[in-house]
Design a protein around this ligand. Sequence first.
Ligand code: GLA
Length: 349
Amino acid sequence: MRRASAHAPGRINLIGEHTDYNDGLVLPVALRLGVTVETRGSDDATVRLTTDAPIAPREASYNLGDEHRDGTWVDRARGVTAMLAREGLPIGGFDAEISSDLPLGAGLGSSAAFAIALLRSVSELFDLALDDATSVRIAHAAETNFAGSRAGLLDQLASVYGRRSEALLIDMRDHAMQSIPLAPTIELAVIDSGTRHEHATGGYNRRREECEEACRHLGVASLRELEERPLDTILERLPPPLDRRVRHVVTENARVRSAVAALRAQDEGTLGELLCASHRSLRDDYEVSTPELDRLVELAAAAGAIGSRLVGGGFGGSVIALALRGSAKDLAGRVLNGYSDGRLVAVVP
Ligand code: GLA
């Protein structure tokens, strides 16, 4: 029987949170950590999955063409195989062993990494010759049409095109990408709060609806169109909480641009201030932070971080803390002295 293996990385996002589904700007960096999927062809039409991740179920199986959601992580595999069929890309049954050194649900793009690794592995196994853009599209469709989250494209694009020592500036309006090297003076500690929130998908989808509602109020197709207009007059036209949501998105896009300039100028102080401002905006205006994430950000500031913020969708998950090169690990140690349930997941780059 044929075999194939593929890996796809998780990501941090330096800045630009909840901007992707608003046609905005994001700045992800790929992690070394990710998901590996080893597949072996079988002679029936069954998909059998096993995972080493601490997640239920550890084993699952279903028949191709009979993909029904059950609300577990297996829906992401079902979504991938159902989308391949819908695209007219024929596959047979297979066994897949999934291993991950990326914590799951920690705001680090684990769902997209799994879908991309599975697609790459299956593509090799069945000679589908999927290109990167198709993989991004199918992985995203699997997430949104099948797993029920209305996520944007940040995680899939970052997993496929992201680099470890560079940030990738992506303009979601046209998917134009530009590499922005990380200044040699900086590194980031990625700290998992250990908290996962049940209502994360509901809260995320609600934010997305609020942005759509704001667009209808303002008569624009996306919040990106507001970039050139005076913010105060726009916000006056919106009822709460839509005004706060829009203020986050518009100011966050501006912070991404400023962060790119700060990276180019090797101005870590300004970059740090931008990360802190992003966190405050996500906490107060977008309301996707949690007491645990706020606590980690406060501890990071007290421990001497140049800046810090929650990363990913929020409602639990991880924070990133900016430090001078060579000092992120010690910084994380000081933070975790005051927060025992957390864990240093990675130092970037
Ligand atoms: C999650 C989603 C992304 C993006 C971020 C927030 O990671 O999957 O599409 O919206 O949240 O920036």
